[in-house]
Design a protein around this ligand. Sequence first.
Ligand SMILES: Cc1ncc(COP(=O)(O)O)c(C=O)c1O
Length: 422
Amino acid sequence: MPDLGSPLSRFTLPREGIPADQIRDLMDDASTGDVEWELGRVAALVYMAGEDVTQVSKEAYLTGFSTNGLAPTAFPSLRKYESDVIDMVSGMLNAQHAVGAITSGGTESILLAVLIARERARKRSPHITSPTMVLPETAHPAFNKAGYYFDIEPIRVPTGAGYRVDVDRYEAAITDDTILCVGSAPNYVYTMIDPIPKLSELARARDISFHVDACVGGFFLPFVEKLGYSRIPFDFRNPGVTTISADLHKFGYTAKGASTLTCRDDEIGSYMGFHFADWPGGSYRTPTLTGTRPGGAIAAAWAVMNYLGEDGYLDRTKQTMDFVEHLLEEIESIPDLYVVGEPDMSLVAYGSHTLDMVAIGDAMQDRGWFVYMERIPPSIHLMLSPGHAPFIEQYLSDLNEVVELARAGKIERKRDEIKYGQ
Ligand SMILES: Cc1ncc(COP(=O)(O)O)c(C=O)c1O
């Protein structure tokens, strides 16, 4: 159970309302401890593509601020935005006849994909009573959440050499009860695209659904490829891929509360929606897991995608890839550090065979960087977007100094647990 604090210390509804200017001051006070993301102090959670993009997003969000995607007949604008966004995403993911929806975020897209796979299997393989899903151990925890909600056992397959998916072990984990196989593009932890062509083929040969978690890479990897970098094709070009999640609110640079779930065709998409009519209120139909859907997030997604266009995404991807290459070279040039795996985009994890990485992470945190760490191997993790460019030299300078201190035994670890997303 979460700690809700003592009832005596609970905040109470003010008897009289507080004037708007004071509300602003109170909120400024409340946010003094928040990480200074505008200064590049966190490489996760926030995705910066420039003040112009933020302005477009904010203005569009406000136009849809009060609107509700639950009722497309009341708000045909939202129906148009959603349909346009899914069309554009389908094109980016090389789909021919895809259908899909905007969800509230990567986790909801993943939940929906797992639900689709379960319902599809119930129809096509009704003999399966204890369904499993097979996923690399690097897959996002949202899959276990989906397993918990929808009663599907997740089978996590350990990675092999070079932190890559061990395809043989993955294949061995697939049984007659498997209803879904999963790969990520890229996976968060080791920053690489899983071998989607091989994994999805294993699924296709057995007529099992295959989901690509491109929550992180969906709006970045298509442009990496267009820029001429050679990368594993992760999208619908693989005939076994049935669904793909791609987050708008990450490298799509749109407002928070928006992701996409795309299904290869109508048959797969037909398991996505929910319909219930047997109550006095009349027919209730939703395409995703939620009821009310924030019109602002949908409007902002449409506006930012159209504002940036392919050229805008290409520019920002190129800019990011350039400074990430520089960052990787600099990290590799520090004798005690190494880069984990071979990053396929702008996610970077680095560790040390000789120094205490947790102590290094804590010392970087003391210097004002909000540090995300990983457990295995102990490493610092970065998700870099274009807006981080101006802060890379300062980061490297601090890192060099902290590594010096670690060599001299002058820093100690402070955190006793490595947490993700808290
Ligand atoms: C690979 C991957 N998939 C899914 C998610 C979940 O996305 P969200 O936090 O939007 O629910 C994340 C979050 O970082 C991720 O890195």
